[in-house]
Design a protein around this ligand. Sequence first.
Ligand code: GLN
Length: 279
Amino acid sequence: MNAGPSGLHTVAAALRTARGHGVDRLDAQALLSAVLRQPRAWLLAHDEAALEGEAQTRFQALLERRAQGEPLAYLLGEKEFFGLPLAVTPDVLVPRPDTETLVEWALELLPVDISMRVADLGTGSGAIALALARHRPLARITAVDASAAALAVARGNGERLGLGVEWLKSDWFEALAGRRFELIVSNPPYIAEGDIHLEALSHEPRQALTAGTDGLDAIRRIAAQAPARLEPGGWVLLEHGFEQAEAVAGLLAKAGFRDIAMRRDLGGRRRCTGGRVVG
Ligand code: GLN
């Protein structure tokens, strides 16, 4: 057995060391269970199990990266969203539980027994599109992203999960000219450039996070162009920052949307705004 970094010779010692690095206990357990390829419950029952030198070295490296603020999801290469295990890389935003609000709203608007056309703009890992595909097998879902690298992650997720989604490289509506949908959903970038919160998000793709000086550039574009891409009665649902609900409602109203409504995230903050085009 190779000698690994000191202080990591058993499961219990490794988890103690993680605490010393300031790494959250659950995160440390998740990382160690990935290194050892054992479920978390195994760790708890095997406190005194010895770690091979190689496992110690790999765990130490992951701990250091986590302590530097790298999202757990990138270190594990996986994140669960709406019950789906999704592969994630630093090419895509880590799917957030807040975005499940948008999925739930979309599911309310999509009948189970009717085939509707749905567009997901800026799909990233494919989280929204795939959650909708899983729960509405009849829906014809087109998911676009301007990043080819993101799209490769999304396509891989679709294949692994066996869910049929059309993946297109497109800067918002660019590649969708001439097409119409019953529903358009998007979790676009909505953070203002220079926002203090970006520091904590420095490992995630900037392109997926920021949109102009007020964070609304992407939403402005989507709101303005969505009516031409929607069937009469079709809806657009947008995720946004918790202080942007009124601004987004204003942009949708200006673009001619009616029945503008809003949904709150798990923290009770106004996180999604949507509207309907009338025929
Ligand atoms: N909700 C993310 C955050 O604030 C941002 C996601 C986005 O810009 N679409 O951490």
